[in-house]
Design a protein around this ligand. Structure first.
Ligand code: DAH
Length: 369
């Protein structure tokens, strides 16, 4: 009995004295492990006469329970303490200023997206999104491009089998969306006019040279209402290019073009000056193609569940990467996606330079460019 009390206080003192989790585990092994003191004591029970055995076994079990409880309590206390120390050590002072020499950079593509959102946001547009892997209804059919329509060949499409297990079936295959125009349909399916959205996103075509990459970025625009006109389209896009290139005046012209989903369709050019070494936007006798646009084709409105006798709309599609190349003078599109840190350091933007129409598209001073 005496012996048992002494053992208990010794063990309890060892548990209390454990300074960390490793130390505590060593104590546990020395007490409760295969050759631990308590385990050894248990082993002696077999040689005792029955009366003494029953009594000693009871006491040993009570002691064991007490010790296990003490181990549990000490373990959570040590774990709490370890967490607190870690939290203390890893404390971050969010009020400290940014250290320019260690900060990351915003990719020019992300920057252009921000600028486009700022401009169209101010013009009352909402942002809509759609999936990168699109069905052919949204990417083609609903956009007035039924199967075998020649315009489908204009875009070098990546097809994705709808069922991997079966032979490839062209009609049910999905596509890596070739443009963001499918979001026009998705928006009309889910929203009643008036509609005023821009739809940003990645797009994919099997193409690769200095101005084409298999993955690139577009922003789609769609406005649908009862009285939406081509004049509105012109005003809206003209405002956009002026704000985007940060110029008070940019000559703009619309050339007739063809897109299956718009009628009439146009391509918008902006005035510029091209010399051997320089491209200057907004002045000179040259023209630069900037985007495709037009009045939404009645078949497209119908496919989106909107009555073309009641509503009309305009749409446009802009290549984001091309805008980045033009605005920031980046010559080769392929370099955008090489993940070269030196490139990103050179062409990237400081993360806290937010784009806004009032604060400046290039951020509040843009001193870290
Ligand atoms: N989807 C076209 C493309 O990828 C771009 C485009 C042109 C979108 C005219 C439009 C539009 O909405 O009206 O080439």
């Amino acid at each position: 009995m005496e012996d048992m009390n002494l053992l208990e206080s010794e063990i309890m003192a060892q548990i209390a004295g454990a300074s960390d989790l490793k130390h505590l585990d060593d104590v546990r092994v020395a007490v409760l492990g295969k050759k631990g003191v308590l385990t050894e004591k248990m082993k002696t029970l077999g040689q005792m006469e029955e009366h003494l055995r029953i009594e000693t076994a009871k006491k040993l079990n009570t002691l064991k329970n007490k010790i296990e409880e003490a181990f549990g309590a000490k373990k959570s206390a040590l774990e709490d303490a370890a967490l607190n120390t870690r939290l203390q050590e890893e404390k971050i002072d969010v009020t400290l200023p940014v250290r320019p020499e260690v900060q990351g950079r915003i990719h020019p593509v992300s920057k252009i997206f921000e600028e486009v959102f700022a401009i169209f946001g101010a013009l009352g547009f909402e942002v809509a999104e759609g999936p990168d892997i699109e069905d052919q209804f949204h990417n083609f059919n609903a956009l007035n491009m039924p199967l075998n329509h020649p315009a489908r060949q204009m875009q070098d499409t990546f097809y994705i089998a709808s069922k991997q297990s079966e032979p490839f079936d062209m009609e049910s295959a999905y596509v890596a969306r070739t443009h963001t125009s499918g979001i026009q349909i998705r928006t009309m399916e889910n929203k009643k006019p008036p509609i005023r959205i821009i739809a940003p996103g990645r797009t994919y075509r099997s193409d690769m040279d200095a101005t084409h990459t298999p993955m690139f970025h577009q922003v789609e625009g769609l406005v649908v209402d009862k009285t939406t006109t081509f004049a509105e389209l012109k005003g809206c896009l003209s405002d956009f290019v002026k704000a985007f290139f940060e110029l008070d005046n940019i000559p703009v012209r619309y050339r007739p073009s063809y897109f299956p989903f718009t009628e009439p369709s146009a391509e918008m050019d902006i005035g510029c000056l091209k010399t051997k070494t320089e491209l200057k936007i907004g002045a000179g006798d040259d023209w630069l193609e900037i985007l495709g646009c037009g009045m939404v084709h009645p078949n497209v409105l119908r496919a989106g569940g909107i009555d073309p006798d009641e509503y009309q709309g305009f749409a446009f599609g802009v290549g984001i990467d091309r805008l980045a190349m033009l605005k920031y003078g980046i010559p080769d599109l392929r370099t955008f996606f090489e993940s070269d840190l030196r490139w990103l350091k050179h062409y990237g933007f400081a993360p806290l330079d937010f784009s806004s129409l009032t604060g400046g598209l290039n951020g509040n001073g843009g001193s870290l460019r």
